[in-house]
Design a protein around this ligand. Structure first.
Ligand SMILES: Cc1cc2nc3c(=O)[nH]c(=O)nc-3n(C[C@H](O)[C@H](O)[C@H](O)COP(=O)(O)OP(=O)(O)OC[C@H]3O[C@@H](n4cnc5c(N)ncnc54)[C@H](O)[C@@H]3O)c2cc1C
Length: 383
């Protein structure tokens, strides 16, 4: 396992060498999409790592998929443009019909179809998904969708969207998370026919959008699994998402720590390397220790996930610890570089902005703490 992970890492490293800091910096300034990078990853089969071989993928586990994402981030890149495909695909794989799997998964594996958009969050519901207002009403053999999503990342760079909508009002169901359904909709047919995408400019280059549904008609075969069970299907994919995002955080932390250690060795002030001062070297050492500890939790969660064990607590803890470790490393790196950290050409300010996201999305730190408090420690539910 260790050897195969190292092989994966070295292949990803070689691929990333073709996409240096200048590439990401230019895209960041233009708010451009890394089309060439995503194509290279797809062509190399990395984005299909989790798709079973029977559907044209590599049939690898979360540990390998995490190694791919970690290495991209460790090389100064950003997998946010394409990582969603790895985990949204899982909903189709686990809950889709055989016909849906045959129709979509092989074409997702080759890159012919892009499944990058994931429409859950809405402006008024926030973290309380049970209060989403987007509805899908039965109409003949299909559905009519109305409502709005926000923060639907990559919608302009995706062919398909995994959408969560209410098929029954919240008031009509026994438990608040019932009555929601998941749809796999083809945005190519929907744009201009009831689907409108509006980009949101953000502090990072994330290609995120608002999506509006205005009497959008979708065929009945868009429904994934059973009507009303959509929230459960989305939850099923969350452990994978948390572990993969945590892997990206570990990659970021490694990048910051390596940058800072190199700079602290070379930068000379008062006639000696700044890294000779304990005030400079201790924060680097502390960030390294935090990163290594978080990485152990990510490895544990990935091992449990791949072994088919329940790993909600470990997946959540790995995301919590890794996102904090990457932020600690980012802050430390800024301080180590002093004024030069602000110069765009060093990439530190860009990665600093990028890694801050992980304490908020895809799930904010407080929600993870609430999960641990309630489900691991047995404390009363707080919300
Ligand atoms: C760049 C970006 C990309 C994103 N991409 C996607 C995407 O592709 N698809 C998608 O569906 N969503 C996406 N999101 C949405 C993201 O998942 C949410 O922003 C995130 O889950 C937090 O929800 P919110 O912004 O509505 O915050 P809110 O729910 O409004 O919460 C605001 C703050 O209050 C805290 N809070 C709320 N309730 C409680 C409580 N009971 N106890 C303690 N603290 C609480 C939260 O932790 C948070 O810090 C993206 C967001 C961003 C910023």
């Amino acid at each position: 396992m260790t050897e195969s992970l190292e092989n994966i890492r070295s292949s990803v490293r070689a691929l990333c060498a073709g996409f240096p800091g200048e590439y990401w910096r230019r895209l960041d300034a233009e708010r451009g999409y890394p089309t060439e990078f995503v194509k290279a990853l797809t062509d190399a089969g990395f984005l299909a790592a989790l798709i079973p071989e029977a559907f044209g993928g590599s049939g690898l586990g979360i540990a390998e998929a995490g190694a791919i994402l970690e290495e991209i981030h460790c090389q100064g890149g950003n997998a946010a443009a394409c990582h969603a495909q790895m985990y949204t695909m899982g909903t189709v794989l686990r809950h889709g019909s055989e016909a849906q799997k045959q129709k979509y998964l092989p074409r997702i594996a080759t890159g012919e179809l892009r499944l990058q958009a994931f429409g859950v969050t809405e402006p008024t519901s926030g973290t309380d998904t049970s209060r989403i207002r987007t509805t899908a009403e039965k109409d003949g053999g299909g559905y009519i969708v109305n409502g709005q999503k926000v923060w639907t990342s990559r919608a302009e760079h995706s062919d398909l969207m995994l959408l969560l909508a209410r098929t029954q009002p919240r008031e009509a169901v026994e438990k608040r998370h019932q009555g929601m359904s998941v749809f796999l909709l083809d945005m190519r047919e929907a744009i201009g026919n009831g689907l409108t995408i509006r980009p949101i400019r953000t502090m990072i280059n994330h290609h995120t959008t608002e999506v509006f549904f205005d009497n959008l008609r979708i065929p009945g075969e868009c429904l994934i699994g059973e009507e009303g069970k959509g929230f459960r299907y989305i939850l099923d994919g969350m452990n994978a998402e948390r572990i993969l995002i945590a892997s990206e955080c570990i990659g970021d932390a490694r990048w910051f720590i390596e940058k800072a250690a190199n700079y602290a060795r070379e930068r000379s002030v008062f006639g000696r390397p700044i890294g000779q001062n304990q005030g400079v070297q201790f924060p680097i050492a502390r960030a390294h220790a935090s990163m290594e500890a978080a990485a152990l939790m990510v490895t544990k969660a990935a091992g449990m996930f791949d072994g088919g064990e329940p790993c909600g607590a470990e997946a959540n803890m790995s995301k919590l610890l890794a996102s904090e470790a990457s932020w600690q490393a980012a802050n430390m790196c800024m301080q180590t570089f002093g004024g030069f950290a602000f110069a765009e050409e060093y990439d530190i300010e860009r990665k600093f902005r990028e890694t801050r996201l992980y304490q908020i999305a895809p799930v904010s730190t407080n929600m993870i703490l609430a999960y641990i408090a309630e489900h691991v420690l047995g404390l009363p539910k707080s919300y």
